[in-house]
Design a protein around this ligand. Structure first.
Ligand SMILES: [Zn+2]
Length: 246
């Protein structure tokens, strides 16, 4: 049986990425009663430079941190794909995995990290963004991209209406997080293995950042994103042209 449809499906390369990128917006959706499903592509096992921390232990810590953060944001479900950190590749297995999730949850909106960001980026971010974009643009609504999804699992094709990309060099929209900023920060604070103990300085710094992102808006704090409206279904074939008049 299919799971309940998600309004938004969020693909994060690592635990903690979604909170920073689109956390305030996720909280707003959740408060509006829209179901959100968060997919964490890697287990984040390389997210430390502390030789005393073992990667296997870090995986457990980060998973627990992510579950608490998701709860803070009101996320309905978190899915851990468990790929090793720094291992993601644009290959058929990963494409199929993401296309399958889109067809399973049938979201209106898909959000992920912008794969087009230049210079300062993490290889897992580039790959996640690229493969999610391709899955939304093509694999999730093409029958023969992964025929087994339809013929063996019975998953219908799905078209997503809109994509939102965080970390974009050229954002084209800013979404109001004035009322949800505190919840976004609470979610970020859960990731102690990555950011240490929360501090007032950090919250102040972050508030400044989101104030800056909203400087052209009428609200105080915003998340800058790149919105991509996806094409609708292909147009019907042209009607048979009338016979040429003599
Ligand atoms: Zn990351």
């Amino acid at each position: 049986m299919l799971p309940e449809q998600a309004y938004a499906l969020i693909f994060a390369p690592h635990p903690d990425d979604a909170e920073g990128g689109i956390g305030g917006t996720m909280v707003r959706w959740a408060r509006e009663g829209k179901p959100i499903v968060l997919v964490i592509c890697t287990n984040g096992d390389k997210g430390t430079n502390d030789p005393k921390i073992k990667p296997a232990d870090l995986v457990k810590i980060r998973e627990a941190e992510q579950r608490t953060a998701a709860e803070c944001m009101g996320v309905r479900e978190v899915i851990f794909l468990g790929h090793p950190d720094q291992s993601l590749q644009d290959e058929p297995g990963f494409r199929r995995e993401l296309a399958r999730l889109i067809r399973l949850y049938r979201p209106e909106v898909v959000a992920t990290t912008d794969p087009g960001r230049r210079y300062m980026t993490h290889p897992d971010h580039r790959t996640t963004g690229r493969v999610v974009l391709d899955a939304v643009s093509l694999y999730s609504h093409n029958l023969y991209a992964f025929p087994e999804l339809y013929f063996e699992e019975g998953l219908e094709l799905h078209r997503t209406k809109e994509m939102l990309l965080w970390g974009a060099d050229a954002p084209n929209c800013c979404l109001d997080i004035t009322d949800t900023f505190d919840a976004k920060m609470s979610a970020l604070h859960c990731h102690i293995s990555q950011f240490g103990q929360p501090s007032p300085e950090r919250s102040k710094r972050m508030r400044e950042r989101y104030k800056q992102q909203a400087e052209k808006e009428e609200f105080e704090l915003g998340e800058s994103l790149h919105r991509v409206q996806m094409m609708g279904p292909p147009p019907p074939p042209p009607a048979t042209p009338p016979p040429a008049e003599r």
